[in-house]
Design a protein around this ligand. Structure first.
Ligand SMILES: [Fe+2]
Length: 152
């Protein structure tokens, strides 16, 4: 009977939760502060993205609880745990926002890919692995859409 080593899964999921928290705030910042003639389109785009990130955070945090962990719940912990770093440079220009978001999504995708590899090699946590596989597919789609906006 295979017992689950939850420590590895918990670490991976905490990093994932923190990454989503950082990106959620970055996306909200852009949603609120962008300016220019494309305001409406990007405001709506970022609206959909932050809602998706928030939904993911809830799923990830509940998965942490389901495997006996304690979900991170403070901004300080999020910033200390996130693999992606918070973008604190101000911009109000939509194209800059898209470029910065794309870079963050690409880092998140790399982190998820590495994490799936770690889970495959070291645990039998099929539930967490399935969740990460769904997340990577979703983020790759978002990255494609962001990348398409940068290519003219
Ligand atoms: Fe809004």
């Amino acid at each position: 009977m295979a017992k689950l080593d939850v420590k590895i899964s918990q670490k991976v999921l905490q990093e994932m939760l923190a990454n989503h928290g950082v990106l959620l705030f970055e996306t909200l910042n852009y949603h609120w502060n962008l300016v220019g003639k494309e305001f409406h389109d990007y405001h709506i785009l970022f609206d959909g993205q932050y809602k998706q990130l928030f939904e993911n955070m809830d799923l990830i945090a509940e998965r942490i609880r389901a495997i006996q962990g304690q979900a991170l719940g403070s901004m300080k912990e999020f910033l200390a745990t996130a693999i992606i770093k918070e973008d604190t440079k101000a911009t109000r220009e939509p194209r800059q926002m898209i470029i910065r978001l794309l870079a963050q999504y690409e880092k998140m995708i790399e982190h998820i890919r590495d994490s799936i590899g770690t889970l495959e090699a070291k645990t039998q946590d099929y539930g967490t692995r399935k969740m990460l596989e769904d997340l990577i597919e979703q983020h790759e789609k978002t990255a494609w859409m962001l990348r398409s906006l940068t290519e003219k």
